[in-house]
Design a protein around this ligand. Structure first.
Ligand code: ZN
Ligand code: ZN
Length: 156
C-alpha cells in the first residue's frame, strides 16, 4: 500500500521553490483532494490568511505553478480552474445541478490508460499523451446535491 503521491506543498519544497508568504497562501488554497478553484476563489482563500495579497500576485503565482507543471489548468463548467492533482491522470465528473467536481482516476473508468499505446482512427495512427474527459451529470444523492446547491446560491 502506498501513501499516494506527495501533495503540492511537499513537491514544491522538494524542488526548492522559494515559499514566500504569498506563495504559501496560494498553495494553501490548493490543498486537499478534488480541488478545482478559479483564480478568484484562490484569491479569496489566500486573502483570508493574507488580506493584502493582490490579484496580480495570485495570477502570477498560479501561472508559474502551471508552467512548472505542478498545477493543472482545466476548463470545467465554463470556467478556468486550477487543479493541484497533476500526479494521478484523471478525468472529471461535473454535477450540472450543484456544480460538484470530482476527480476520476483514468483507470477507474475502465477505458484503459490510453497512454503509451497507439490508437488507430479511420486508418490514422495516433499516439495519445494525455486526455481530458468531462463527464456531465447529476449527483445520485439528491439531498446532498440540494444542500450544496443551496449553500452556493447567493442569499441576496
Ligand atoms: Zn481534477
Ligand atoms: Zn450535485
Amino acid at each position: 500500500m502506498s501513501d499516494g503521491p506527495p501533495p503540492l506543498l511537499s513537491r514544491l519544497r522538494e524542488r526548492g521553490w522559494r515559499l514566500t508568504a504569498q506563495r504559501r497562501a496560494v498553495v494553501g488554497a490548493l490543498r486537499g483532494a478534488d480541488v478545482h478553484l478559479t483564480a478568484d476563489e484562490v484569491h479569496r482563500a489566500a486573502a483570508s490568511v493574507l488580506p493584502d495579497v493582490s490579484r496580480a500576485t495570485i495570477y502570477n503565482t498560479l501561472n508559474e505553478l502551471v508552467s512548472m507543471g505542478e498545477v493543472g489548468e482545466v476548463v470545467l463548467g465554463g470556467r478556468t480552474r486550477f487543479d493541484p492533482n497533476v500526479t494521478t491522470p484523471h478525468h472529471h465528473l461535473v454535477c450540472d445541478r450543484c456544480g460538484l467536481i470530482r476527480d476520476v482516476p483514468v483507470a477507474d473508468l475502465g477505458l484503459g490508460s490510453g497512454f503509451g499505446e497507439a490508437v488507430t482512427v479511420d486508418g490514422a495512427v495516433f499516439l495519445p499523451s494525455r486526455a481530458e474527459l468531462v463527464i456531465h451529470g447529476e449527483c445520485a444523492d439528491r439531498r446532498a446535491c440540494d444542500r450544496r446547491r443551496e449553500s452556493q446560491t447567493p442569499s441576496a
